[in-house]
Structure formats: C-alpha cells, structure tokens
Design a protein around this ligand. Structure first.
Ligand code: CMC
Length: 429
C-alpha cells in the first residue's frame, strides 16, 4: 500500500504523505500543500477534514461502531458507570479501585460552588434558558478560582478537571431551581455523582428526594452515552479555543454554546417539541414525515440523521431499549414514545430516508427517558452538556499534553469584492 498520494496541479506532480490511524483510517496529510503548491483545500462544513489526531474515541459511521479508548459503547453502558467512563476518557485507562476512589473523592470535594457565585444566579431573569446560565456560570467560575486563569499547567490539571466535572452538575441544578423560583439545594457528600445531581434538582429543604435505583441508573446511562463523540461541533470548538491556550473553563463554556444549537445537542429538546406538536395536532406522524421531506417546509425530522453515522447510531439503539425498560419499570405510558416509534418505522421504510442513510441518532429517544425521569424539557441539552464534559476535558488535555500543539487557524477562499477605493459618505450612490 502506497504511503504517498500524488496530486497533479498545473502540470506538476506533488507527493503528499498518507497517514493511517490505528483502525486503518486513511488521511492525506496536506500540511505542506500551501507552501509547495500555493493552493489550500476547501471543505465547507469540514465533512472531509481531519482537524487533529486523537487517541480518545473511535467511530465507524458506516458500521455503527462507537468506542471510548477502544472499549465498545455497548460494554461500557452495561458494565461501567459515568464516572468510571469519565476517568477512562480523561486519563486513557480504566481506573483501579484506588484511582477510582481518589477521583470520586476529588469530585466530592469540589462539588460546591464558591458561595459568592450564588449571587450571579440572581441576575438571570426567571425564564432564562439554562444553557445560557450554564455557559455564563462556567465561564464565571474562572473569576472565583484565580488559579484557573491562564493555561492549566499539568500539575493543576487534575484539580481543574475535577472541579469542572463536579461543578457543571451543581451549576446545572442551581440554574433549574432558580428558573423555577425554588431554593437551591447543596450537594450532599454521601451521594454519588448522578444521585447527587438528582438530589440537587428535586430535593426540598423539608424533604429529601426519594432516589430510585432505576432512575439513577437510567440518568447515569444517559450521561455515559453522551460522554464523548470525537470531533463533533462542540468538541471541535473546545479544541479550537484550547489551541489558543485559553483556560479549561473558558473552553468548556464555548463548548456549551456550540452544543446548544438544534442541529447539535439542542436536538433533544427539539425532538420532544416535535413529538408534542405531532401529538397535539392529532397526526400519527405521517404528515410530519411528508413535511420533513420537503426542503421548502423548513422542517426536519429532528433526532434523525448524522454527519458521521450512515447506519443506526449505536447510542440510539441502547437508549431505545433503556427507554422501554424504564417506562415499564416506572409504569409510565408516554404517548410520545408511540409516536416516536411510529415515526422511526415510517422513516426507515421511506425511500427519502433510506437513500440518504438517515437513521435515528442519540437524541431521538433520550428525551423520552428524561421526561420519564421528571427532567423538564428546557434542561435536556444541559443534561447532554453534563454528559459531554469528560469528552471536552479529555480533548482539552490532549492539546495540553501535546508539545507540538499549534493554534487552530483555518484559511478561507475569499469571494468578496476585489480592491476598490473608499468613497466618502456624501459621494455614495
Ligand atoms: N430530516 C430530513 N432530511 C434530512 C435530515 C432530517 N433530520 N437530516 C438530513 N437530511 C437530508 C438533507 O436535507 C440532505 O438532503 P439532500 O441530499 O437532498 O440535500 C441529506 O439528508 C444529507 O444531509 P446533510 O444536511 O448534508 O447532513 P449533515 O451531515 O450536514 O447534517 C445533521 C447532519 C445531524 C445536522 C442533520 O442530519 C440534521 O439536521 N438532523 C436533525 C437534527 C439532529 O437530530 N441533530 C442531532 C445530531 S446527533 C447528536 C449531536 O451530535 O448533537
């Protein structure tokens, strides 16, 4: 197999190195292209661009494979927990007992926000979207812990990472309580990560939330399934910001903003809103499918399609089963689940979706689980953000640990006006 690719341009041949990944993915390294040829590559939306080499997550979109640090998502979701998986993503290996205990202790010690941060929550209007609060408050954290400012050095990385992972959940719960005019609940050291989040969301000063193991397990699974997904929009954003040597909290706040959009993490909220609309309109989904196929309708089948998966998203498969199990265990019957299943069946029979290889993605069923857990719809993307935090931190660390890391700075093909003079205001047409 050749390890160079030849490019012919204006009668000359240029050899470009071919790079192979550990799963035999092939890439043409074009780092010298502009210097040697004067040309750059153009790849709108980065569909064909490898922006980095990474050892964290592997996806084979054609086969529907997802692995964190080599371990299949199916195995992790059956045998691991969110926090153990977070450790795996960030540090590269599954922890032993002592490492896991030390990591959990660090999370517990860092769960509380700086007390003065509470005043900031007062400044948001009651209907503020929790994603806006989350991003703002993550960024504000760096003001309260001056050690966070500047680039995290390697010695301080563990504490910064633990603080972020632990506090994102505290900030998320506080923002929900604030938006409902409810008193904030402090984290309790006796609870593990996910149980503590549910406690901060739903306990009252006069009554602790009754934690059901199946509820904790279902939410832990949701976090775990969202924990990383290689170079998606928000993770690429985190890496972009990290490449300028901004601090970890600034990078994560940027990641939250990128995640918010309905084509990315915001899709989980959009899916439930779509299912609710279909339910209220009395449609079984057929009319909606017709509209989603019509480019002029401005509608898409939310929770369907993926840039990388051209097969069933493995996370969606796991979530669909978990969704059925949870609803059965809790004796919940949700009409939106029936509509979602009907939509899926209809879409997977329809040539429009089949020919474009559009399958349900992670967001299609996750909202139905979250509804059953009592999580309000405006918090769905926040749950995604909590889950994605280990992936963002792991990607940040990869840049931090790379002595050759350079600032990310794409180029462009300029299509604007060519040179022209400035015209003073009274002479403009
Ligand atoms: N409904 C209807 N048509 C669709 C959909 C959809 N959900 N997704 C893609 N298409 C069509 C698209 O219009 C295009 O058609 P044509 O070839 O005729 O122009 C074709 O399928 C290829 O799609 P694309 O827009 O080129 O795909 P993309 O890779 O640029 O976008 C996507 C990927 C996920 C943004 C898109 O599939 C989408 O908007 N899906 C709905 C939103 C969603 O569920 N997002 C969550 C993604 S998974 C979790 C995450 O990463 O956050």
């Amino acid at each position: 197999m050749s390890n160079t690719a030849n490019l012919e341009l204006e009668g000359k041949t240029y050899s470009l190195p071919v790079v192979s990944g550990s799963e035999n993915e092939k890439a043409i390294a074009i780092g010298s292209l502009r210097d040697t040829t004067g040309y750059i590559t153009l790849d709108d939306g980065y569909g064909n661009t490898g922006s980095c080499s990474s050892k964290i997550t592997f996806i084979d979109g054609e086969k529907g494979i997802l692995r964190y640090r080599g371990i299949p998502i199916e195995e992790l979701s059956e045998k691991s927990s969110f926090i153990e998986t977070a450790y795996l993503l960030i540090y590269g290996e599954l922890p032993d007992h002592a490492q896991l205990r030390a990591f959990s202790d660090l999370l517990t010690q860092n769960a509380n926000l700086h007390e003065d941060m509470k005043h900031h929550f007062e400044g948001f209007p009651p209907n503020a979207h929790p994603m806006a609060i989350l991003s703002a408050m993550i960024n504000a954290s760096s003001c309260f812990y001056p050690g966070l400012m500047g680039r995290a050095n390697k010695e301080r990385f563990d504490i910064h990472a633990a603080r972020l992972l632990s506090q994102v959940r505290t900030i998320a719960a506080f923002s929900y309580r604030k938006s409902r005019g409810l008193p904030t609940m402090y984290p309790k050291p006796v609870y593990k990560y996910t149980a503590n989040f549910l406690h901060m969301m739903f306990s009252e000063p006069y009554q602790d939330y009754q934690l059901k193991p199946e509820v904790v397990k279902a939410l832990d699974l949701i976090f775990l399934l969202h924990a990383d997904h290689e170079q998606n929009c928000s993770t690429a954003t985190v890496r972009m910001v990290a490449s300028s040597q901004a601090n970890l909290f600034a990078c994560a706040a940027a990641g939250v903003c990128a995640l918010w959009g309905p084509l990315h993490g915001g899709a989980n909220q959009a899916v439930i809103e779509m299912l609710q609309d279909i339910h209220e309109s009395g449609d079984d989904g057929s009319r909606f499918i017709q509209a989603a196929k019509d480019k002029n309708s401005g509608q898409k089948l939310m929770g369907f399609g993926h840039r990388v998966y051209k097969n069933y998203d493995p996370r969606a498969k796991i979530i669909k089963v978990a969704c059925d199990n949870l609803l059965n265990t809790l004796h919940v019957s949700d009409p939106l689940l029936d509509i979602a299943k009907h939509l899926e069946e209809a879409a997977l029979r329809d040539d429009y979706f089949v020919s474009r290889k559009l399958y349900p993605n992670v967001d299609f069923y996750s909202g139905i689980i979250m509804r059953a857990l009592g999580i309000p719809v405006e918090m769905f993307t926040v749950i995604f953000a909590i889950g994605r935090m280990p992936g963002w931190i792991a990607n940040f660390k990869e840049i931090l640990d790379d002595p050759k890391s350079r600032i990310y700075r794409p180029r462009q093909v300029y299509q604007g006006p060519t040179l022209r003079p400035y015209v003073s205001i009274d002479q403009r047409p």
